[in-house]
Write a protein that binds this ligand. Structure first.
Ligand code: SER
Length: 323
């Protein structure tokens, strides 16, 4: 059987995607790739890979009979502003390396996530349509918008079967998130579980689209399982989960964790958040491949509180990002 290669396998989404693919197709049919081995070895084979090393990527694809590539290695919005050129290189050149292998028919299918960060201040905010003005203000957003156009180009010009969703902020409890603007939501849960107040880097009224990890993994699986003819959009599909203001999340947590409090001290990440839409119109994903989110704010909050471990090593509640 041919294998699935997950690039960025130690990351927030990659680590959970490896397990989901292994459960569906068998441990041996998933290859986990990242810069360094995970702290706790998984059951699927691991390979060290820098996605910018195209020759090594090609070798791995050949050696493991890789058919599908899931490219999750990326630098996110807030962290990306500290090293914009490196962010562009990883996010765009990494994607190009994968698309080129697909063009050469050395891999069959590609999944690559775009983001709500590809939208910008001129995008209608509530909700953001599928086809609309896109004027991202961050290097991360610029790289995602460029990536969308590259996916559409490789499909139209070379027939590459590439599939993508514009992910909202992904909320999860297993790994620390990696420098995103929406990560305040995750940090809030960790602070609450540790019995600490949370210092929030966006405003109380900042409203952003979010999605819970189980829905994220299901969306990726459903999109990749869809008949090619159903996947009419080859740039990236809008995808909605839930939308809430920071204050609404804080209230939802405080109902379960009495005494939990949040102070709002916005930093440069507020401007990033303000440039993104508050909600997403995902009717194309619903019509084309049946997308429907399962988790709302209430269900997500209950599940997060049941699973978040109060371990300061996982994510310091008030971790700042140097800018
Ligand atoms: N979660 C991402 C970020 O905040 C958005 O795609 O950067």
């Amino acid at each position: 059987m041919s294998a699935s290669l997950v690039i960025g396998a130690n990351g927030q989404i990659g680590s959970e995607l490896v397990d989901a693919l292994a459960a569906a197709h068998g441990d041996a049919n998933v290859v986990a790739a990242d810069l360094a081995p995970p702290r706790a070895p998984g059951r699927s084979p691991f390979v060290a890979l820098d996605v910018l090393d195209r020759a090594r990527l090609g070798e791995i694809v050949q050696r493991h009979s890789v058919a599908d590539v899931y490219l999750l290695a990326a630098t996110l919005s807030a962290k990306g502003e500290a090293a914009p050129l490196d962010t562009w290189r990883l996010n765009v050149d990494g994607l190009l390396n994968v698309l080129e292998l697909a063009r050469e028919r050395r891999i069959a299918r590609v999944f690559w996530p775009s983001s709500i960060a590809a939208f910008g201040p001129h995008t209608p905010r509530d909700p953001a349509p599928q086809w609309t003005a896109m004027d991202p203000t961050t290097m991360y957003g610029a790289s995602k918008l460029a990536g969308e156009r590259l996916c559409a180009y490789y499909f139209a010009r070379h027939g590459v079967d590439v599939r993508s969703v514009r992910l909202p902020g992904v909320i999860s409890h297993r790994t620390p998130p990696g420098g995103g603007t929406t990560d305040y939501a995750i940090a809030m849960f960790h602070a609450a579980k540790r019995g600490e107040a949370y210092r929030c880097f966006v405003d109380a009224d900042t409203t952003l689209p979010m999605i819970y990890m189980p829905d994220t993994i299901r969306a990726i699986g459903e999109l990749m399982a869809a008949e090619p003819s159903r996947v009419r959009i080859r740039s990236s599909y809008n995808l909605a989960g839930m939308s809430f203001a920071a204050r609404t999340l804080a209230d939802a947590i405080a109902r379960e964790v009495p005494g939990f409090s949040v102070r709002y001290e916005p930093d440069f990440r507020l401007a990033i958040a303000d440039s993104w839409p508050a909600s997403i119109d995902d009717r194309e994903a619903a019509e084309d491949w049946g997308w429907h989110a399962h988790y709302d704010l209430r269900a997500m909050t209950a599940d997060m509180l049941a699973h978040v471990v109060a371990d300061p090593a996982i994510i310091p509640a008030n971790a700042g990002i140097q800018h």
